[in-house]
Design a protein around this ligand. Structure first.
Ligand code: SF4
Length: 234
């Protein structure tokens, strides 16, 4: 399977491949990309379950791979504590955070703008400063309504490759990997969260949709912060 020539039906693969085959496929994708991009391949780590699994996969492929974390002033204290623990273990993870002044409660009045300033901005900065040609994410196509049409390898921004190595994994397989490979996850999952973000915009729900607890009560409900939808090379 070559990175660029991959024309397989991903929706079919979600059901067809077993857990072990998916793990092997993900590692192979990271390995192939690392051979091409070397140090300009960097893993984005949001500290969610998908990200920590992708980071663990990358570390098994090549421990020299670099990564970055984007955090905000609104992350829950549990996430901040977890971030410090992860960074203590993996000092090669660079942390990016915007201290820009924003109107109070912007997350209520204009969550798109708030995410743009506090999340998308620092991602752009990280990609620029780290000289990234290929960034690796924890996107999964079964995660919610906004995540169904991605590819394992994409070029949404010219000259910037995006690798989504666990795109075809189901939520259960992410937990299966974390359990089997001893990957530590954010303790907030034990409270019942299924998708984690900033405190004001993340709730526990029993909805079928994994991302339903994000931005409840806004037009962004169950949607995206913009990191995967906005241009990153502007
Ligand atoms: S998730 Fe909420 S608080 Fe965090 S940046 Fe987006 S709108 Fe702002």
């Amino acid at each position: 399977m070559s990175l660029r020539e991959n024309k397989e039906d991903l929706k079919e693969l979600v059901e067809k491949l077993n857990f072990k085959e998916k793990v092997e496929r993900s590692k192979e994708l990271i390995m192939q990309a690392y051979k091409i991009y070397g140090d300009s391949l960097v893993v984005a780590n949001s500290l969610g379950k998908d990200s920590v699994v992708v980071w663990d996969l990358a570390m098994r492929v090549e421990p020299k791979i670099r990564g970055f974390i984007v955090t905000t002033r609104f992350k829950p204290p549990e996430t901040i504590k977890f971030m410090h623990e992860v960074v203590a273990h993996y000092p090669q993870l660079e942390v990016y955070k915007s201290d820009i002044q924003i109107p109070e409660r912007l997350y209520e009045t204009n969550p798109d703008r708030c995410c743009d300033l506090l999340k998308v901005g620092p991602v752009k900065q990280a990609l620029l400063e780290l000289g990234v040609k290929c960034w690796v994410t924890g996107l999964r196509c079964t995660e919610g309504r906004t995540r169904t049409d991605y590819q394992e390898i994409e070029e949404r921004d010219k000259g910037l490759i995006k690798l989504n190595p666990i795109l075809i994994w189901k939520e259960r397989e992410v937990w299966q990997y974390a359990a089997l490979y001893g990957v530590k996850v954010n303790p907030l999952y034990a409270e019942g969260y299924r998708s984690l973000g900033c405190a004001p915009c993340t709730k526990i729900t029993s909805d079928e949709n994994e991302r339903a607890g994000r931005w409840i009560g806004t037009s962004k409900c169950g949607g995206e912060c913009g990191i995967h939808t906005r241009p990153l090379r502007t």
